[in-house]
Write a new protein. Structure first.
Length: 238
């Protein structure tokens, strides 16, 4: 039986047991810019390529985003789809805060976002999200954490992971360089080196974006590094 007849149906399994539209969504992720995350002993770093047309204002595009004060996200795939999930994630976190007057645990926010993505794999009239997410955060129960969420709604905790077009090479590089005792500063350097592995052209502070979960005074926060900070890291590594 020709499995292509199932390729336009989200709610019908092919004879091989696949939902072909989810595979197409993963192809959209694989065509996206490379993004990666690394969990350190004292924080988490996420980084991504941010290559834009020369005439585009790069301040109008943000690939690393804040979900809560202590949780951030980077995506690979379709930007508009990521914005929908980021908005839903922020609403989920705000509802939790209004109810319990505390920040939502990282794994609970990941689970709820994954549930939204999974709902879009079993309903007629919708399509899967064409995006994978790397969610970085810190909470008092589990410390620094890094999760990957895929279009199927599957999610996993990682020590280090990569998504996007150079995912395989990036993961191979991370497997060689990652150590359990890695600190945040070393993790930032490793993230930049990993992006450089498959980077086309000159890497500058304007064509990559980096976010970190780090301790500031007595609490952990997520923030996006400024172009000046990224430039300083690039200069250090020359």
């Amino acid at each position: 039986m020709d499995s292509s007849r199932y390729s336009f149906s989200l709610t019908t399994f092919s004879p091989s047991g696949k939902l072909v539209q989810i595979e197409y969504a993963l192809h959209a992720v694989s065509a996206g810019s490379t993004a990666l995350g690394i969990k350190a002993t004292d924080g988490v770093v996420v980084a991504t390529e941010k290559k834009l047309p020369v005439l585009m204002d790069n301040t109008s595009i943000q690939k690393v985003s804040l979900l809560t004060d202590n949780i951030g996200v980077v995506y690979a795939g379709m930007g508009p789809d990521s914005r929908v999930l980021i908005r839903k994630g922020r609403k989920i976190a705000q509802r939790y805060f209004r109810t319990y007057h505390a920040q939502i645990p990282v794994n609970q926010l990941v689970r709820d976002i994954a549930a939204v993505m999974q709902q879009f794999t079993q309903s007629g009239g919708v399509r899967p999200f064409g995006v994978s997410l790397l969610i970085a955060g810190h909470d008092d129960l589990h410390g620094p954490q890094l999760f990957q969420v895929d279009p199927s709604g599957s999610y996993w905790a990682w020590k280090a992971s990569a998504i996007g077009k150079a995912m395989i090479n990036a993961r191979t590089f991370l497997e060689k360089r990652y150590k359990d005792e890695i600190g945040l500063e070393d993790a930032i350097h490793t993230a930049i080196l990993t992006l450089k592995e498959g980077f086309e052209g000159e890497m500058t502070e304007h064509n990559i974006e980096i976010g970190v979960v780090q301790q500031v005074e007595d609490q952990h926060v997520f923030r996006v590094l400024t172009p000046e900070e990224v430039k300083d890291y690039l200069t250090e590594m020359q």
